[in-house]
Design a protein around this ligand. Structure first.
Ligand SMILES: *[C@@H]1O[C@H](CO)[C@@H](O)[C@H](O)[C@H]1NC(C)=O
Ligand SMILES: *[C@@H]1O[C@H](CO)[C@@H](O)[C@H](O)[C@H]1NC(C)=O
Ligand SMILES: *[C@@H]1O[C@H](CO)[C@@H](O)[C@H](O)[C@H]1NC(C)=O
Length: 470
């Protein structure tokens, strides 16, 4: 009897201790590694196609949770601005296109970035790779937007080796132009930088690492040995592109080895996402989705995404079909960090429980965008949205696309049921679905009434002129 009682006491003590350990664990904010690929197509990852080999990404995704109903924006600046601000473009003035001009203003300075907020919550924050949300003055660059350090480029694209873009040489360490890595393939440079950050990081402080690879955006460049496994691909662009994917996959594999060998690993969340659909004119594929980069059809906006690491081990191997959007990372990561977003008017939702498969996604709607460029509909008094203006909205299973682009076809909008017809091959009859159309246009009117004016697209400074200031 005595022994039984002792066993019970031991068992209870053990339970109490593991409970405390679990609490302590959950109370220490996780290290967050956010890996963003550039222009990475839906059909270009091993678990979506047998023709492209991504052993590292596949392993990470199958150890974690694949997000298979995950949306991004159709081009670079819009996705990056929403990821970093948690806000739709209509609420930041970045409604139209990308920042094409390095003198143009960027993500407004009165919107804190996720890095600002995580820093406030005690994180060390690092950025590696492509920025592309503002560089007209030093205030718009990463180290003034919440990142303790930055190694990378500020514009949209450049040569993978020479670091030259149409704006000239574009590569920085923090706030200084940096030439040390000239001539090296950017995957290697960015992976090594990320590895060093992880190795040097003291795990008692939470880490946020935003690693935005150049890959696999054009120009089509890769060390030639990466294309050897793809010699059977006849389309030369796709062959090179496949090699670029392989180089990125290898780099991420090395990074994961470093991470797993570090003391950070057991409290780390790794997120992988594309920034938009693949550019089919440079070898990417979004099959079986319709269209690609730049389009509000699914091929432009339904993205590759997954989460992995010990924090999601309870859901490891799951394929998740909850509706999730790139703006949701901001509130989700803030929730994990234990920080406050009470003062922020965000468009994202905390989707953590939905990612773990424990709850439905709180998201029912995505405003893909309303673009007022070249359009005077903003002045319209009408309660019903003017369908000649370019916009796209998801509401439940339905998606509506409006805009001048469709005018040539004597119509100003298209309606699809994405749940039944994810490839958008069967356009619904607006008359038959007039209730749905009506409801969606009311939602667009509502969103439009909350929009801020589009930022000027005028060039206000010459490229990197702020460098000279100091
Ligand atoms: C990490 O930080 C803690 C707390 O500041 C400190 O006690 C510890 O010595 C540091 N570890 C290393 C390896 O620097
Ligand atoms: C290509 O060559 C580089 C440099 O030697 C090497 O690090 C890399 O692993 C090689 N990749 C492939 C796929 O052979
Ligand atoms: C995680 O790793 C650190 C450092 O190795 C260790 O102190 C801590 O107890 C570990 N936590 C868990 C829950 O395993």
């Amino acid at each position: 009897m005595m022994e039984r009682a002792m066993l019970w006491i031991y068992a209870l003590l053990f339970l109490a201790m593991s409970f405390t350990a679990a609490l302590a664990e959950s109370n220490s904010p996780p290290h967050i590694i956010f890996i963003l690929a550039d222009d990475y197509g839906f059909n270009d990852i091993g678990y979506h196609t047998k023709k492209i080999f991504t052993p590292n990404l596949d392993q990470m995704a199958s150890d974690g949770v694949k997000l298979e109903n995950y949306y991004v924006q159709p081009i670079c600046t819009p996705t990056r601005s929403q990821l970093l601000s948690g806000r739709y473009q209509i609420h930041t003035g970045l409604q139209h296109g990308i920042l094409t001009n390095c003198g143009q203003k960027g993500l407004p300075l009165d919107h804190p970035t996720i890095a600002d907020k995580l820093k406030e919550s005690g994180y060390r924050t690092h950025m590696v790779g492509k920025w592309h949300i503002g560089q007209s003055s030093i205030e718009y660059t990463p180290t003034r937007r919440g990142f303790d350090t930055f190694l990378g480029y500020l514009g949209g694209y450049e040569d993978y080796y020479s670091r030259k873009s149409s704006n000239g040489y574009d590569f920085f360490l923090n706030e200084q132009m940096y030439r040390e890595t000239e001539g090296r393939y950017s995957v290697d440079v960015f992976t090594e930088r990320a590895q060093a950050i992880i190795e040097e990081h003291n795990s008692t402080t939470p880490l946020f690492l935003y690693l935005a690879y150049q890959s696999v955006h054009g120009p089509l460049q890769v060390p030639s040995n990466y294309t050897i496994p793809y010699e059977s691909i006849k389309n030369k662009k796709r062959q090179t592109y496949a090699g670029m994917v392989a180089a990125m996959d290898e780099g991420i594999g090395k990074l994961m080895d470093t991470l797993k060998a570090s003391s950070l690993w057991n409290n780390t969340l790794v997120i992988f996402s594309t920034d938009n659909g693949g550019a089919t004119n440079v070898g990417a594929s979004n099959f079986p989705l319709r269209a690609g980069k730049g389009s509000y059809y699914e091929g432009g906006i339904r993205g590759i995404g997954f989460v992995t690491g010990p924090l999601v081990s309870a859901a490891a191997g799951q394929v998740n079909h909850e509706l999730i959007h790139v703006s949701d990372w901001f509130p989700t990561l803030m929730y994990l960090a234990g920080g406050s977003i009470d003062n922020e008017e965000l468009d994202g939702y905390n989707v953590w429980e939905a990612i773990l498969g424990r709850q439905k996604s709180p998201r029912y709607e995505i405003l893909h965008n309303i673009d007022p460029f070249n359009s005077n509909f903003l002045e319209s008094e009408s309660k019903i949205f003017d369908t000649t203006a370019p916009a796209a909205l998801r509401l439940g299973d339905f998606k509506i696309l409006t805009g001048q682009r469709l005018k040539a076809r004597q119509k100003t909008y298209q309606l699809f049921n994405i749940a039944n017809d994810p490839h958008e091959t069967h356009e619904l009859d607006g008359q038959e679905y007039s209730d749905v159309v009506h409801r969606m246009l009311l939602r667009l009117s509502y969103w439009n009434s909350t929009a801020v004016p589009m930022l000027s697209r005028e060039k206000i400074a010459s490229c990197f002129s702020w460098l000279k200031q100091g």
